[in-house]
Design a protein around this ligand. Structure first.
Ligand SMILES: [Zn+2]
Length: 216
């Protein structure tokens, strides 16, 4: 039986995240939300974070501003600040897990994902760092991302898909994806396959030189 792990990045977004949570709850599906620090720093965002947790989803850190990819930045301290400030807000809500997802340029994996500084910080603070193996482009092609996602599901044993709880992205066609997964007997799981876990509890696992700026 093929598997899929659903992940929702770049939120939470008022009016979008609640609707996604309701759709997932109806079907008993658990996922992970990789949140941005600048979206959970106000009371509305913090309340959405609480709601995500109350629904049984996992929460990960996805940077504070999602601006310059860590491996592309030359500013000392930038990556650490982005991780640290976001993690402080997550911890404030009583979440002790340290899950992190770097961001790629348009979903691509490559040396822009991590800098040596970011990597050292994530390892020292025993983060688990999760990548992906499917980016169906819900954010810039909301009309056709479901077909791309299903094509990835067919060709892989365990797909980890990056979706976005932001405006004009995943929400409209999410029920269609969930229907199709059910119809094709794809098991929806919350955990991550080893191949997308770059670091587990601070120890490098599937991390490659090609994920770190200047290593390859
Ligand atoms: Zn992102």
């Amino acid at each position: 039986m093929k598997k899929i792990t659903l992940t929702f990045d770049n939120g939470p977004t008022p009016g979008v995240t609640e609707a996604i949570l309701a759709l997932l709850a109806e079907r008993g599906i658990k996922t992970t939300f990789f949140v941005l620090g600048n979206r959970i720093s106000d009371p509305v965002g913090a309340a959405l974070l609480d709601k995500i947790v109350a629904h049984g989803h996992w929460v990960g850190n996805h940077s504070f501003t999602h601006s310059v990819a860590f491996g592309d930045s030359t500013e000392p301290g930038y990556a650490i600040r982005e991780i640290c400030d976001t993690q402080a807000l997550i911890a404030e809500r009583g979440i002790s897990g340290r899950l992190f997802r770097p961001f790629g340029n348009f979903g691509l994996l490559g040396p822009h994902l991590l800098s040596e500084e970011a990597l050292a910080y994530l390892m020292e603070h025993r983060f688990t760092c999760v990548a992906w193996n499917s980016v169906p482009h819900d954010w810039d092609d909301p009309a056709r991302w479901v077909e791309r996602c299903l094509a990835d599901v067919v060709k892989q044993d365990w797909t980890v898909v990056v979706l976005h709880d932001i405006e004009n992205a995943v929400l409209t066609r999410l029920p269609e994806l969930l229907d199709a997964l059910e119809k094709h007997d794809i098991e929806i799981v919350q955990s991550f396959p080893e191949e997308v876990v770059l670091i587990r509890d601070g120890e490098p696992t599937s991390l490659k030189p090609s994920h770190v700026a200047g290593r390859s």
